[in-house]
Ligand binder design. Structure first.
Ligand code: HEM
Length: 436
């Protein structure tokens, strides 16, 4: 077995295994997904306020996010991408808030049918709190995960901070879930909310009891799973662009020849834009948002390459290693979209596709992947078509070189993605302001 293929970390009451190669990940999480698709029922999951019943939730979710179903949401994604461009034009320094609004806003519109407030939206603020809670799934961050007895420690004891943390996250999750449901329901009654995933689910399951709870959870999970992952990926894209003017110029030349100066890109342009597609792949690879994926738990004992893996082991796929393997991606820390293109300038199918890794594995693979991919495309293509992105200036006006570094945690974000965003021309400015 190659060194680091699997690393087993025995801890009190829990076994953790890090899967460090493509072979180990696909063998265990994909081929053996019948016994590796649980999420450990840790005290965390009881405390975090979300009931499991994963299969029913997942089935309900998939129906609304298949590649075909996702086509229904492309117009909403485009509207939000145009709004994003307008926000960047009027307030370029608010980049992070605008990225947040664009993705969270599109998901809320699709899932619940209404448009979130443009600033300080209650639900976006609540979701920021909830995603802080998702960080709790970092192995070892909270003692409670490994010493279940600690769960019964009273909140006033030193070291029992999880009680307070969980109370905040659970409160935020409950408030968001209930509030979003009520808002949708009232909106449907008054005619203010348009068609949405929740409205469709309520049509089929009715609006009482347990089935309704599943419908609420499905939409909440879309918001939870979708908003921060895309938020981080788009921030990494801005950072990469500010560091690589030649990449921007090549993408802009491609957009100019395919889309022209008189309109903004649409999803229909995508097949004719191999270089922009290569930028998306590289953005998913370069600083991937879930470096250790999301853990899967074994539901039976199993053996891998002669190593015994007990039931209940948490398997963490080392997605980062697979996407930074120098044998597969030469000079892996460099943002270099050309790696995905063949000599004919088209995407080369022989190069490892990062989306086979970043979106997870087996039966747990991200059900929002088609939605995420389409959303990243329209936002990146729109931004590249009308803006130049460059490093931020220091006090003397000289460009600051930002070191690409990511935060720690199960989800990771660029530590610093400051950049200068300016419209490319007077024509670009007009295009942004036109009513689309
Ligand atoms: C760049 C964007 C995204 C990335 C990198 C990403 C990645 C992931 C990963 C790695 C997982 C865990 C898979 C596993 O267990 O192996 C996951 C799960 C999930 N994602 Fe995404 N995701 C993204 C966007 C989205 C979006 C936009 C949505 C919703 C519209 C979404 C909804 C979900 C849901 C519901 C799950 C839980 C699935 C389950 O536990 O069965 N994700 N995602």
């Amino acid at each position: 077995m190659p060194p680091g293929d699997i690393v087993y970390i025995p801890t009190y009451g829990t076994s953790i295994m890090i899967l460090g190669s493509s072979k180990a990940i696909f063998e265990l999480l994909d081929k053996r997904s019948a016994v590796t698709s649980s999420r450990r029922d840790t005290p965390m999951r009881h405390l975090d306020g979300i009931r499991d019943e994963w299969r029913r939730h997942r089935r309900a979710f998939w129906q609304h996010f298949t590649p075909n179903a996702t086509k229904r949401y492309l117009a909403i994604q485009s509207d939000f991408a145009h709004m994003f461009a307008r926000k960047l034009l009027s307030d370029p320094s608010g980049l992070k808030q605008h990225v947040r609004y664009t993705f969270a806003g599109a998901i809320v519109k699709v899932a619940y049918g209404f448009t979130v407030g443009e600033t300080n939206d209650k639900y976006i603020t609540l979701m920021e709190k909830v995603t802080e809670g998702l960080q709790a799934f970092v192995p070892g961050r909270y003692l409670v995960e490994f010493l279940p007895i600690v769960r019964f420690v009273p909140p006033w004891m030193p070291g029992a901070r999880f009680h307070q943390d969980f109370a905040v996250w659970r409160g935020a999750a409950d408030e968001a879930r209930k509030g979003l449901y009520l808002r949708t329901k009232q909106g449907l009654e008054s005619g203010e909310t348009s068609q949405s995933v929740l409205a469709k689910l309520l049509e089929t399951v009715g609006d009482e009891g347990h089935e309704r709870e599943i419908a609420e959870n499905v939409c909440m999970v879309a918001f939870e799973g979708g908003a921060d992952t895309t938020y981080s990926t788009l921030q990494s894209f801005f950072l990469a662009m500010s560091l690589s003017p030649e990449i921007q110029h090549r993408a802009q030349a491609e957009l100019h020849s395919v889309v022209g100066p008189d309109r903004l890109p649409t999803h229909d342009d995508r097949p004719a834009l191999p270089y922009v597609n290569a930028i998306i792949k590289e953005s998913l690879r370069w600083q991937n948002v879930l470096p250790l994926g999301v853990h899967h738990t074994t539901t039976e004992d199993t053996v891998y390459d002669g190593y015994f893996i007990p039931k209940g082991t948490m398997l963490f796929p080392n997605t980062w290693t697979c996407l930074h393997d120098p044998e597969v991606f030469p000079d892996p820390d460099r943002f270099w979209p050309e790696r995905f293109l063949g000599p004919d300038g088209q995407l080369d199918p022989a190069v490892r596709d990062p989306s086979k890794y970043t979106f997870g594995y087996g039966r747990r693979i991200c059900p929002g992947k088609h939605f995420a991919d389409a959303s990243l495309f329209i936002n990146m293509a729109t931004v590249l078509h009308v803006f130049d992105i460059s490093p931020p200036p220091d006090e003397d006006g000289k460009p600051v070189r930002i070191e690409p570094r990511m935060t720690n945690g199960i989800m990771s974000y660029p530590e610093d993605c400051r950049c200068t965003v300016t419209p490319r021309s007077q024509r670009a400015r007009e295009l942004i302001l036109e009513d689309h």
